[in-house]
Design a protein around this ligand. Structure first.
Ligand SMILES: *Cc1c(COP(=O)(O)O)cnc(C)c1O
Length: 393
């Protein structure tokens, strides 16, 4: 039993992709093995040549990883998915597989710090240049395209400001120029947003975040058409940043609670955003689920909820923001997100600390900005923890 075409997302998250072994185990099996044995020299040759389907070596494929790939593909509505060692490995593999020296990328300035670093400082050494576009106006992306542009890369909602990008409009811009639209779907997960259905060509995941959901392992994935995913797979199996079977197993179990976690954490985030908006020390709250968010209508069209990330600007600057962080006893001071435990971070000095001050200012990441990745604790307790620092400033 792999999956039924009529199954809804909730069912797919629990059941899709599972292959039972001869032992009939109920839970997904964890195949901790680096290689696979063959019955004969002829079979080994057939497996290596690809004439016979089957596993050879876990850098190429592993049955636990395959189950995760099938489940994630089902959730994203993708033909295919390939898992990677981390979210950054997914981004790197996509670029290395699909681009060559002399190609060009158009990316949003508001993308994840490490992605900015990779596109802005590493890829130019291989003559792959990136134009960063500020904001989310599709016309600005169209204007940044060049004859050698191959990829348009966005993240929505963006990190940490939760800017929402119109996936369907940007897909049109990209496709009119023969460019692929790649969407990092980390903040929403497929439980809240399915970019491929809106026209994106590839979806990238840091499975480290909501897909695992409990801060245990690193992982990543690329989902899309068979043809594109096959290219990424060919790069991965040779270059090596594939997902470990143990991490795949943990993420498979994480996916089973993805929908209820995303719904509960989104509800907590909405509640917290409203409470923060009412606090006199808060200059501004960034939450797509609130009418105060500039792209609230678009977010509600393209996402099921506003998500579980709330950013807010503390009046003052770095000292006031750090005071809030330092008064936290419940919230974890960590740059990670997508956990059932609520986390707090000061982006300007952590996740975006290596981005140049000019680029940070351009992206609107101020010194007073804090990002909360809301978890499953009681909102009263989360609010009380933040109030200690806010009321003291
Ligand atoms: C964390 C993150 C990544 C990178 O993922 P890793 O698993 O840490 O490599 C990429 N994009 C976004 C939006 C992220 O939050």
């Amino acid at each position: 039993m792999k999956m039924d075409p009529d199954w809804q997302l909730d069912t797919l998250a629990v059941r899709a992709g599972q292959e039972r072994s001869q032992f009939g185990e109920h839970a997904e099996a964890l195949y901790l093995t680096s290689s696979f044995v063959f019955e004969s020299a002829a079979q080994a040759a057939a497996r290596f040549s690809g004439a016979e389907a089957g596993n050879v070596y876990s850098r190429f494929t592993n049955p636990t990883v395959t189950m995760l790939q099938e489940r994630l593909a089902a959730l994203e509505g993708a033909e295919a998915c390939v898992a990677t060692a981390s979210g950054m490995a997914a981004i790197m593999a996509t670029i290395m597989a699909l681009l060559k020296s002399g190609d060009h990328i158009v990316a949003a300035r508001g993308i994840f710090g490490a992605t900015q670093q990779m596109l802005g400082t590493i890829m130019p050494r291989f003559s792959v240049e990136t134009t960063f576009v500020v904001g989310n106006d599709p016309a600005a992306y169209r204007a940044a395209l060049k004859p050698n542009t191959k990829l348009l890369f966005i993240e929505t909602p963006s990190n940490p400001l939760t800017e929402v990008y119109d996936i369907a409009a940007l897909a049109e811009v990209a496709h009119a120029a023969g460019v692929l639209l790649v969407v990092d779907n980390c903040f929403c997960s497929p439980a809240l947003q399915q970019p491929l259905a809106l026209g994106a060509d590839l979806v990238i995941h840091s499975a480290t975040k909501y897909l695992d959901g409990q801060g245990r392992v690193l992982g990543g994935a690329v989902c899309g058409s068979k043809e594109l995913v096959e290219e990424v797979f060919k790069y991965l199996r040779t270059a090596g940043p594939t997902l470990s079977p143990f991490n795949a197993w943990v993420i498979l179990k994480g996916l089973e609670t993805l929908k209820i976690r995303m719904q509960a954490q989104s509800a907590n985030a909405l509640d917290l955003a409203r409470r923060l908006e009412a606090h006199p020390m808060v200059a501004r709250v960034f939450y797509p689920g609130q009418p105060s968010h500039p792209q609230h209508a678009l977010a509600m069209r393209q996402q099921l909820t506003g998500g579980a990330i709330v950013a807010f600007e503390v009046k003052g600057g770095r000292a006031e923001a750090w005071r809030v962080v330092d008064h936290c006893k419940l919230l974890s001071i960590t740059a990670n997100l997508g956990d059932t435990k609520t986390t707090i971070t000061h982006p300007a000095s952590t996740t975006h600390g290596r981005v140049s001050p000019e680029a940070r200012a351009e992206a609107g990441i101020g010194e007073g900005l804090l990002r909360i990745a809301v978890g499953l604790e009681a909102v009263d307790d989360i609010e009380a923890d933040l109030r200690r620092g806010l009321d003291a400033t």
